[in-house]
Design a protein around this ligand. Sequence first.
Ligand code: SF4
Length: 371
Amino acid sequence: MKYLDEYRDGRIARALAAEIAQHCTRPWVLMEICGGQTHTIMRYGLDELLPRNIELVHGPGCPVCVTPLETIDKALDLAARPEVILVSYGDMLRVPGSHADLFTVKAQGGDIRVVYSPTEALKIARQNPDRKVVFLAIGFETTAPANAMAVWQAKNERIGNFSVLVSHVLVPPAIRSLITSPDCRVNGFIAPGHVCTVMGYQEYETLANDFRAPIVVGGFEPVDLLEAVLMLVRQLERGEARVENQYVRSVNYEGNLPAQRVVEQVFEIADQKWRGIGNIPKSGLRVREEYGDYDATRIFGLASITAEEPAECISAKVLQGLRKPTDCPAFGMRCTPHNPLGALMVSSEGACAAYYNYRRNVSPQPARTEG
Ligand code: SF4
Protein backbone atom coordinates (compact mmCIF):
# COMPACT_ATOMS: atom_id res chain seq x y z
CA MET A 1 0.00 0.00 0.00
CA LYS A 2 1.46 3.34 -1.05
CA TYR A 3 2.66 5.57 1.82
CA LEU A 4 2.63 2.57 4.14
CA ASP A 5 4.69 -0.37 2.85
CA GLU A 6 7.71 1.75 1.97
CA TYR A 7 7.65 3.27 5.47
CA ARG A 8 7.72 -0.20 7.05
CA ASP A 9 10.45 -1.60 4.82
CA GLY A 10 13.02 -3.44 6.96
CA ARG A 11 15.80 -2.92 4.42
CA ILE A 12 15.34 0.86 4.43
CA ALA A 13 15.06 0.85 8.23
CA ARG A 14 18.33 -1.06 8.65
CA ALA A 15 20.10 1.25 6.18
CA LEU A 16 18.91 4.29 8.14
CA ALA A 17 20.04 2.74 11.42
CA ALA A 18 23.49 2.12 9.89
CA GLU A 19 23.66 5.75 8.71
CA ILE A 20 22.68 6.98 12.18
CA ALA A 21 25.46 4.85 13.71
CA GLN A 22 27.92 6.28 11.20
CA HIS A 23 27.07 9.88 12.12
CA CYS A 24 26.75 9.43 15.87
CA THR A 25 29.97 10.09 17.81
CA ARG A 26 28.55 11.01 21.23
CA PRO A 27 25.64 10.07 23.50
CA TRP A 28 22.38 11.87 22.69
CA VAL A 29 19.02 11.74 24.43
CA LEU A 30 16.09 12.20 22.05
CA MET A 31 12.43 12.49 22.95
CA GLU A 32 9.53 11.53 20.70
CA ILE A 33 6.58 13.59 21.84
CA CYS A 34 3.66 11.54 20.55
CA GLY A 35 2.31 8.35 22.08
CA GLY A 36 1.69 6.97 18.58
CA GLN A 37 5.40 7.38 17.88
CA THR A 38 6.27 5.67 21.20
CA HIS A 39 4.01 2.80 20.24
CA THR A 40 5.79 2.38 16.86
CA ILE A 41 9.23 2.51 18.51
CA MET A 42 8.28 -0.26 20.94
CA ARG A 43 6.33 -2.35 18.46
CA TYR A 44 9.10 -2.44 15.86
CA GLY A 45 11.99 -2.43 18.37
CA LEU A 46 13.48 0.73 16.83
CA ASP A 47 15.33 1.61 20.03
CA GLU A 48 17.14 -1.74 19.79
CA LEU A 49 18.14 -1.00 16.20
CA LEU A 50 19.84 2.25 17.16
CA PRO A 51 23.44 2.59 18.37
CA ARG A 52 23.80 2.33 22.14
CA ASN A 53 24.74 5.98 22.55
CA ILE A 54 21.29 7.11 21.40
CA GLU A 55 18.67 6.96 24.10
CA LEU A 56 15.03 7.46 23.22
CA VAL A 57 12.80 8.83 25.97
CA HIS A 58 9.08 9.11 25.72
CA GLY A 59 7.13 12.34 25.86
CA PRO A 60 3.67 13.33 27.04
CA GLY A 61 1.89 12.92 23.70
CA CYS A 62 -0.87 10.50 24.57
CA PRO A 63 -4.02 12.62 24.95
CA VAL A 64 -5.96 9.94 26.80
CA CYS A 65 -3.11 9.54 29.30
CA VAL A 66 -2.64 13.23 30.06
CA THR A 67 -6.34 14.00 30.52
CA PRO A 68 -6.40 15.05 34.17
CA LEU A 69 -7.93 12.80 36.78
CA GLU A 70 -10.39 15.55 37.71
CA THR A 71 -11.73 15.69 34.12
CA ILE A 72 -12.53 11.98 34.41
CA ASP A 73 -14.16 12.65 37.80
CA LYS A 74 -16.26 15.42 36.20
CA ALA A 75 -17.30 13.03 33.41
CA LEU A 76 -18.24 10.42 36.03
CA ASP A 77 -20.32 13.00 37.88
CA LEU A 78 -22.15 13.96 34.67
CA ALA A 79 -22.68 10.36 33.53
CA ALA A 80 -24.40 9.53 36.82
CA ARG A 81 -27.02 12.28 36.32
CA PRO A 82 -30.31 10.93 34.92
CA GLU A 83 -30.88 13.93 32.65
CA VAL A 84 -27.46 13.59 30.96
CA ILE A 85 -26.28 11.53 27.98
CA LEU A 86 -22.49 11.48 28.15
CA VAL A 87 -20.90 10.96 24.74
CA SER A 88 -17.26 9.95 24.40
CA TYR A 89 -14.62 8.25 22.31
CA GLY A 90 -14.38 4.59 23.33
CA ASP A 91 -10.84 4.79 24.70
CA MET A 92 -11.94 7.13 27.50
CA LEU A 93 -14.36 4.63 29.05
CA ARG A 94 -11.76 2.57 30.86
CA VAL A 95 -9.60 5.48 32.03
CA PRO A 96 -9.71 5.35 35.82
CA GLY A 97 -10.99 8.36 37.73
CA SER A 98 -10.44 8.72 41.48
CA HIS A 99 -12.95 6.00 42.38
CA ALA A 100 -14.31 4.42 39.19
CA ASP A 101 -14.29 4.56 35.40
CA LEU A 102 -17.04 5.32 32.90
CA PHE A 103 -17.62 1.62 32.22
CA THR A 104 -18.57 1.18 35.87
CA VAL A 105 -21.03 4.07 35.74
CA LYS A 106 -22.46 2.68 32.48
CA ALA A 107 -22.92 -0.72 34.12
CA GLN A 108 -24.78 1.04 36.94
CA GLY A 109 -27.22 2.57 34.45
CA GLY A 110 -25.49 5.75 33.32
CA ASP A 111 -26.37 6.72 29.74
CA ILE A 112 -22.93 6.75 28.11
CA ARG A 113 -22.60 6.47 24.35
CA VAL A 114 -19.49 5.85 22.28
CA VAL A 115 -18.93 7.77 19.04
CA TYR A 116 -16.18 8.31 16.48
CA SER A 117 -16.70 12.05 16.03
CA PRO A 118 -18.30 15.06 17.74
CA THR A 119 -20.69 15.29 14.78
CA GLU A 120 -22.30 12.08 16.03
CA ALA A 121 -22.70 13.67 19.46
CA LEU A 122 -24.52 16.58 17.85
CA LYS A 123 -26.80 14.10 16.10
CA ILE A 124 -27.61 12.48 19.46
CA ALA A 125 -28.46 15.94 20.83
CA ARG A 126 -30.83 16.63 17.93
CA GLN A 127 -32.51 13.22 18.44
CA ASN A 128 -32.93 13.70 22.22
CA PRO A 129 -34.20 17.24 22.78
CA ASP A 130 -35.46 16.37 26.29
CA ARG A 131 -31.98 15.21 27.47
CA LYS A 132 -28.70 17.10 28.01
CA VAL A 133 -25.97 15.75 25.77
CA VAL A 134 -22.37 16.32 26.87
CA PHE A 135 -19.43 15.43 24.63
CA LEU A 136 -16.13 14.63 26.34
CA ALA A 137 -13.86 16.74 24.12
CA ILE A 138 -10.27 15.78 24.78
CA GLY A 139 -7.06 15.71 22.80
CA PHE A 140 -4.19 17.71 21.35
CA GLU A 141 -4.37 20.34 18.63
CA THR A 142 -5.30 17.46 16.29
CA THR A 143 -8.85 16.96 17.59
CA ALA A 144 -9.52 20.57 18.59
CA PRO A 145 -10.81 21.72 15.15
CA ALA A 146 -13.57 19.07 14.96
CA ASN A 147 -14.58 19.74 18.56
CA ALA A 148 -14.63 23.51 17.98
CA MET A 149 -16.66 23.00 14.83
CA ALA A 150 -19.26 20.97 16.76
CA VAL A 151 -19.69 23.82 19.27
CA TRP A 152 -19.86 26.39 16.47
CA GLN A 153 -22.46 24.30 14.66
CA ALA A 154 -24.53 23.79 17.82
CA LYS A 155 -24.64 27.55 18.36
CA ASN A 156 -25.45 28.20 14.70
CA GLU A 157 -28.32 25.68 14.75
CA ARG A 158 -29.40 26.85 18.23
CA ILE A 159 -29.10 23.33 19.65
CA GLY A 160 -29.62 24.15 23.31
CA ASN A 161 -29.10 20.69 24.85
CA PHE A 162 -25.49 20.17 23.66
CA SER A 163 -22.29 21.03 25.53
CA VAL A 164 -18.66 19.95 25.73
CA LEU A 165 -16.50 18.94 28.69
CA VAL A 166 -13.16 20.17 27.40
CA SER A 167 -9.65 18.97 28.17
CA HIS A 168 -7.49 20.11 25.28
CA VAL A 169 -3.71 20.21 25.58
CA LEU A 170 -1.13 21.99 23.44
CA VAL A 171 2.27 20.54 22.51
CA PRO A 172 4.65 23.56 22.33
CA PRO A 173 4.03 24.72 25.94
CA ALA A 174 4.61 21.12 27.10
CA ILE A 175 7.97 21.02 25.31
CA ARG A 176 8.85 24.40 26.86
CA SER A 177 7.95 23.08 30.30
CA LEU A 178 10.03 19.90 29.80
CA ILE A 179 13.06 21.68 28.44
CA THR A 180 13.14 24.33 31.17
CA SER A 181 13.00 21.70 33.91
CA PRO A 182 16.38 21.61 35.73
CA ASP A 183 16.34 17.80 35.37
CA CYS A 184 15.86 17.82 31.59
CA ARG A 185 18.29 15.45 29.81
CA VAL A 186 16.78 15.76 26.33
CA ASN A 187 19.02 17.02 23.50
CA GLY A 188 16.52 16.96 20.65
CA PHE A 189 12.81 16.39 20.00
CA ILE A 190 10.70 14.55 17.44
CA ALA A 191 7.56 16.70 17.14
CA PRO A 192 4.21 15.06 16.41
CA GLY A 193 3.37 15.04 12.70
CA HIS A 194 -0.42 14.99 13.12
CA VAL A 195 -0.40 18.03 15.44
CA CYS A 196 1.82 19.89 12.95
CA THR A 197 -0.52 18.92 10.10
CA VAL A 198 -3.07 21.15 11.82
CA MET A 199 -0.80 23.78 13.37
CA GLY A 200 2.22 23.87 11.06
CA TYR A 201 5.62 24.19 12.70
CA GLN A 202 6.25 27.92 13.06
CA GLU A 203 5.79 27.74 16.84
CA TYR A 204 8.55 25.14 17.16
CA GLU A 205 11.13 27.52 15.67
CA THR A 206 10.96 29.74 18.75
CA LEU A 207 11.58 26.70 20.97
CA ALA A 208 14.54 25.49 18.88
CA ASN A 209 16.07 29.00 18.93
CA ASP A 210 15.38 29.76 22.59
CA PHE A 211 16.74 26.48 23.92
CA ARG A 212 19.30 25.52 21.26
CA ALA A 213 17.53 22.19 20.77
CA PRO A 214 16.87 20.73 17.31
CA ILE A 215 13.30 19.67 16.58
CA VAL A 216 12.28 17.40 13.71
CA VAL A 217 8.61 17.04 12.79
CA GLY A 218 8.23 13.28 12.43
CA GLY A 219 5.69 10.78 11.14
CA PHE A 220 4.51 7.57 12.75
CA GLU A 221 5.94 4.68 10.74
CA PRO A 222 9.30 3.03 11.51
CA VAL A 223 11.10 4.63 8.55
CA ASP A 224 9.65 8.04 9.45
CA LEU A 225 11.00 7.79 12.96
CA LEU A 226 14.45 6.51 11.99
CA GLU A 227 14.75 9.28 9.40
CA ALA A 228 13.74 11.83 12.07
CA VAL A 229 16.41 10.42 14.41
CA LEU A 230 19.01 10.68 11.62
CA MET A 231 18.02 14.33 10.98
CA LEU A 232 18.34 15.11 14.70
CA VAL A 233 21.69 13.35 15.04
CA ARG A 234 23.10 15.19 12.03
CA GLN A 235 22.08 18.53 13.55
CA LEU A 236 23.36 17.65 17.02
CA GLU A 237 26.71 16.45 15.71
CA ARG A 238 27.11 19.71 13.77
CA GLY A 239 26.03 21.85 16.75
CA GLU A 240 22.87 23.06 14.96
CA ALA A 241 19.43 23.69 16.46
CA ARG A 242 16.82 24.11 13.72
CA VAL A 243 13.34 22.85 12.98
CA GLU A 244 13.21 20.36 10.11
CA ASN A 245 10.22 18.62 8.62
CA GLN A 246 10.57 14.88 8.01
CA TYR A 247 6.79 14.38 7.57
CA VAL A 248 6.55 16.36 4.31
CA ARG A 249 3.81 14.15 2.91
CA SER A 250 1.41 15.65 5.44
CA VAL A 251 2.87 18.76 7.10
CA ASN A 252 3.57 22.22 5.72
CA TYR A 253 4.97 25.28 7.44
CA GLU A 254 1.67 27.08 8.17
CA GLY A 255 -0.57 24.10 8.80
CA ASN A 256 -4.31 24.03 8.17
CA LEU A 257 -5.36 27.69 8.46
CA PRO A 258 -9.18 27.19 8.29
CA ALA A 259 -8.90 24.57 11.07
CA GLN A 260 -6.80 26.96 13.18
CA ARG A 261 -9.39 29.73 12.66
CA VAL A 262 -12.33 27.69 13.92
CA VAL A 263 -10.33 26.63 17.01
CA GLU A 264 -9.48 30.27 17.73
CA GLN A 265 -13.08 31.32 17.29
CA VAL A 266 -14.47 28.85 19.85
CA PHE A 267 -11.58 28.22 22.26
CA GLU A 268 -9.01 30.38 24.03
CA ILE A 269 -5.65 29.47 25.54
CA ALA A 270 -5.68 28.70 29.27
CA ASP A 271 -3.53 27.10 31.96
CA GLN A 272 -3.99 23.32 31.89
CA LYS A 273 -3.37 20.46 34.27
CA TRP A 274 -1.72 17.40 32.65
CA ARG A 275 -2.18 14.01 34.26
CA GLY A 276 1.23 12.76 35.35
CA ILE A 277 2.85 16.20 35.05
CA GLY A 278 0.74 18.84 36.81
CA ASN A 279 -0.18 22.36 35.78
CA ILE A 280 1.54 23.86 32.72
CA PRO A 281 0.84 27.55 32.07
CA LYS A 282 -1.01 28.35 28.85
CA SER A 283 -0.89 24.75 27.69
CA GLY A 284 -4.59 24.10 27.14
CA LEU A 285 -7.79 25.36 25.57
CA ARG A 286 -11.05 26.40 27.21
CA VAL A 287 -14.38 27.47 25.74
CA ARG A 288 -14.60 31.22 25.10
CA GLU A 289 -17.13 33.32 27.02
CA GLU A 290 -19.21 33.84 23.83
CA TYR A 291 -19.74 30.08 23.67
CA GLY A 292 -20.26 29.68 27.44
CA ASP A 293 -23.72 28.15 26.93
CA TYR A 294 -21.94 25.13 25.42
CA ASP A 295 -19.35 24.72 28.20
CA ALA A 296 -20.37 21.78 30.43
CA THR A 297 -18.06 22.89 33.25
CA ARG A 298 -20.02 26.16 33.56
CA ILE A 299 -23.48 24.78 32.87
CA PHE A 300 -23.22 21.95 35.41
CA GLY A 301 -21.06 23.79 37.98
CA LEU A 302 -18.17 21.31 37.81
CA ALA A 303 -15.28 23.70 38.47
CA SER A 304 -15.00 22.70 42.15
CA ILE A 305 -14.23 19.01 41.36
CA THR A 306 -10.51 18.38 41.91
CA ALA A 307 -8.45 15.20 42.38
CA GLU A 308 -5.00 14.03 43.49
CA GLU A 309 -3.02 11.40 41.61
CA PRO A 310 -1.69 8.17 43.22
CA ALA A 311 1.62 8.95 44.96
CA GLU A 312 3.40 5.76 43.84
CA CYS A 313 3.01 6.52 40.10
CA ILE A 314 6.24 7.88 38.60
CA SER A 315 4.62 9.07 35.34
CA ALA A 316 6.06 12.56 35.73
CA LYS A 317 9.62 11.17 35.81
CA VAL A 318 8.95 8.88 32.83
CA LEU A 319 7.58 11.83 30.86
CA GLN A 320 10.69 13.86 31.61
CA GLY A 321 12.95 11.03 30.47
CA LEU A 322 14.31 10.50 33.99
CA ARG A 323 12.93 6.98 34.39
CA LYS A 324 11.80 4.14 32.15
CA PRO A 325 8.40 2.52 32.78
CA THR A 326 10.18 -0.65 33.90
CA ASP A 327 11.80 1.35 36.73
CA CYS A 328 8.38 1.76 38.37
CA PRO A 329 7.78 -0.75 41.20
CA ALA A 330 4.10 -0.95 40.22
CA PHE A 331 4.83 -1.75 36.53
CA GLY A 332 3.19 -5.00 35.47
CA MET A 333 2.28 -5.78 39.07
CA ARG A 334 -0.22 -3.38 40.60
CA CYS A 335 -0.36 -1.38 37.34
CA THR A 336 -1.34 -3.14 34.10
CA PRO A 337 -3.43 -2.12 31.07
CA HIS A 338 -6.36 -4.03 32.63
CA ASN A 339 -5.96 -2.27 35.94
CA PRO A 340 -4.08 0.96 35.30
CA LEU A 341 -2.85 2.89 38.29
CA GLY A 342 -1.38 5.84 36.47
CA ALA A 343 -1.60 7.99 33.40
CA LEU A 344 0.81 6.15 31.12
CA MET A 345 -0.86 2.76 31.43
CA VAL A 346 -4.37 3.90 30.54
CA SER A 347 -4.09 3.89 26.75
CA SER A 348 -2.14 1.70 24.32
CA GLU A 349 -0.25 4.87 23.31
CA GLY A 350 0.98 5.53 26.85
CA ALA A 351 4.66 4.73 27.40
CA CYS A 352 3.98 2.27 30.23
CA ALA A 353 1.32 0.44 28.20
CA ALA A 354 3.69 0.28 25.20
CA TYR A 355 6.42 -1.24 27.41
CA TYR A 356 3.89 -3.63 28.94
CA ASN A 357 2.71 -4.80 25.51
CA TYR A 358 6.14 -5.18 23.93
CA ARG A 359 8.79 -5.29 26.71
CA ARG A 360 7.19 -6.58 29.86
CA ASN A 361 9.70 -9.41 30.19
CA VAL A 362 12.61 -6.97 30.32
CA SER A 363 14.20 -6.79 33.80
CA PRO A 364 13.81 -3.50 35.64
CA GLN A 365 16.65 -1.09 34.84
CA PRO A 366 19.02 0.09 37.55
CA ALA A 367 17.91 3.47 38.90
CA ARG A 368 19.36 6.48 37.10
CA THR A 369 20.65 9.53 38.85
CA GLU A 370 18.40 12.46 38.24
CA GLY A 371 21.05 15.17 38.44
S1 SF4 B 1 3.66 1.61 35.56
FE1 SF4 B 1 1.72 2.60 36.19
S2 SF4 B 1 2.13 3.45 38.21
FE2 SF4 B 1 4.13 3.05 37.24
S3 SF4 B 1 4.67 4.97 36.16
FE3 SF4 B 1 3.59 3.70 34.69
S4 SF4 B 1 1.46 4.37 34.86
FE4 SF4 B 1 2.48 5.11 36.72
